[in-house]
Write a protein that binds this ligand. Sequence first.
Ligand SMILES: *[C@@H]1O[C@H](CO)[C@@H](O)[C@H](O)[C@H]1NC(C)=O
Ligand SMILES: *[C@@H]1O[C@H](CO)[C@@H](O)[C@H](O)[C@H]1NC(C)=O
Length: 379
Amino acid sequence: MQFILQILSTALNFCTVTSAYVGSQKTTSNSHKSLGSPFGVGFDLTASYGSAAVSFSNGTIVTVAQIPGDQDYNDMLRRLSLAASRHLSPPYNNVGEAWEDMPRQYLRKARKAVGLPASQDVGHLAKMLSGLRTVVEERVGPIITAGVTTMHLAALYDEDLHDAFEYVGLKYITFPIGAVGHNILYETSAAYAGYGYGLCSDYKGDPEVCKNEQWNMTDQVVMAVVYTDTALSVSLSNLASAYALWEPPYRYLVDFDLGYQASSLSTAEYWATVELKLGEILVEYPNYERPSMVMLMGDRTEESKFRATLKKVLSDQMQESPEVLSECGRGIAAKGAAEMAKREIFLAKQNPSSCFKATKKEKELPMRKWTISASRSRC
Ligand SMILES: *[C@@H]1O[C@H](CO)[C@@H](O)[C@H](O)[C@H]1NC(C)=O
Ligand SMILES: *[C@@H]1O[C@H](CO)[C@@H](O)[C@H](O)[C@H]1NC(C)=O
């Protein structure tokens, strides 16, 4: 029983993680540059590779690494994309679930106790994180924390990301998104921020003003597309601020058979299938508001055949073509995560007890972009 309560209380205490940066500043003797200078590091664990970006306090955001996933990493993401791979995971809805998940939790604890990653998957995630971290540290010096974003996979849980961070010795940044404990920063949110949307214009100013600005942002329907060697994903998401994403499973499709290099179909069949997939949600739900923006992510979005296919889908399904954001697609989610990480670190340092929540806006106001730094247009 004590163990269950412990799990439940861990789940409910995610909020306190933020203040841990400040705590560790006092207790660790070797000085950590990520505390001394306010930059943020963001990792994107996406299909077929991981990438890392750094957001500096002067507004410059750079992608510093892209590391291809190995077979284990790729197989894992494919498997975690399947609904059949789902299992119980904290936070639990009730004590019964906690009870039922206990054997799995004990196994994780036992593995950790002997110095292993909590699960094999955690090991694969940790390997990627560790590679990215090494490249980042070559660039900016030792880091102690980072923000991570990843695909919206059915069976990838916050717990796994936490444990992977713990295994590589990094502090996990919990962003104030969604319900308590359901805190994965999905790529749609991170890319939105990376493209310059959904964050307040002056995060160094009054935190209340920043919070209000984000709460007051207008909802926008965004089609987010990830296209890499191993997968294609398409969503019809709703975003107000970057912290307020609505992306239910039926509005998010991911297919690990439709990556640029993943298909066994003939070329013609392949592109016909990609076309169907890109348009599937729009076709299936003709009454849903059409996207006002398309965000491209992934290192294959520049392929001309892909662009032509997307263009065809948009012109078939929509009267007016929405804005297509595609520049810097390959590192954009990592950049957004880095910017959001920088802001969390800044807030945590200002106010160790801060744990603000993103909630729905109450009033419609025009969408605002935060300052566009020079680097974002250059990639
Ligand atoms: C911002 O700071 C970074 C790191 O110190 C530096 O590399 C970059 O050139 C700076 N950007 C601007 C616009 O000054
Ligand atoms: C929205 O902005 C107005 C000021 O423009 C502010 O008074 C109000 O509190 C904000 N709404 C929320 C929910 O923060």
